[in-house]
Design a protein around this ligand. Sequence first.
Ligand SMILES: [Zn+2]
Length: 355
Amino acid sequence: MTDRLDAAITGQDRDLHAFIAGLPKAELHVHHVGSASPRIVSELAARHPDSKVPTDPEALADYFTFTDFAHFIEVYLSVVDLVRTPEDVRLLTFEVARELARQRVRYAELTITPFSSTRRGIDERGFMDAIEDARKAAEAEFGTVLRWCFDIPGEAGLESAEETVRMATDDRLRPEGLVSFGLGGPEIGVPRPQFKPHFDRARAAGLRSVPHAGETTGPQTVWDAIDELGAERIGHGTSTARDPRLLEYLAERRIPLEVCPTSNIATRAVATLDEHPIKEFVRSGVLVTINSDDPPMFGTDLNNEFAVAARLLDLDERGLAELAKNGVEASFLDAPGKKRLAAEIDTYTAGWLAS
Ligand SMILES: [Zn+2]
C-alpha cells in the first residue's frame, strides 16, 4: 500500500516537473555573473589559462561544491575575475540567455554589476556594447527577451554607487535594455539610506527601483528601501514576515517580493525550506514572484525553484501558472508585453490540462 502511494506521488511530481519545464516564465531576480554555469565557467577559464579555475567539467563540479558562505564568495569572485574583456562579457551574457531559454524563460531582468567589470579595466563602452550585442542576438536566436538591472555592489561603498549611477544615466553609455536600478551585496553595515541620492538620480532618469533588502537584516531595512530608495520591488525581503504592518503595506501597495527559496537556505537567510516565510507572504496577500538568484552556484535553476514553491505552497498546475503570471505582473514589461506573456502562459496551461 505504502509503495503504491509513493509511486502515485512520484508520478504526480514527475508530471508537475514536466509542466514546469514547459511553462513560459519571467525571471526577475537573477545575477549576471552568478548565472555562470560550470559549462560557461569552463569556457571562460579556457580563455584565461593563467586563472586557478579548473576547466575540466568534473573538477569544476567539485569547485562549485561550497563548504560555506565564505567559500561561495571566493568562488563567485574567481568567476568575476574570469570576465576580463568585452568578448568575455558577450560570451557570458549570451550563454546565460541560452540557459534561461532552455528553461522556457521568455523574459528576464538580469542584474548586472558593471562596476565589478569596469574597475577591473574593461572599457565602459566595450562593456555596454557587449551586453547589448548579446541581448539582441539572444532575442533573435532564442526568443528570450532580456532587460538589465544595474546594481550597486553595496560592499564597494559610495564610490561604486556613484560610478554605477553615472553609467546608468549617462545618455552616451546607458544601454537600451536598461530598465532598473538595484543594490546588492551585504546588508549588515551597509545602511540603505546612504544610497538615496543615487537612487533619486536613477529614478529621475526613468529607471525603476529594485534594491535587495531584508535578506540578512530585519524588516527596518525593507522600510528603508521603500521610504528612502523608492523600492518598487523588494529583492528577497525574507525578514518582512516578522512585521505584520509591513506585510500589510506591501500587499496594499502591490509591492512584490522577489523570492528565491534555495538561495535563502544556501545563505542561511532562512534555516530550512519548511520554515520559509513564502506561505506567510501569500497568506498576507503580498504579490510573490519566484526567482533563482545565483542558480548554478546554489545548485538550482528557475524550474527547480518553481518545483520548490509548488511543494511549499501546495500548488497544482493552475496554481503554478498563477505564480508564473505574478512574475509577469511584477515585471517592467510594457502593458502589451505583459498581456502577450500572460496569454502565452494561459494557452500553455489550458493545452496541458486538456491533454
Ligand atoms: Zn540577489
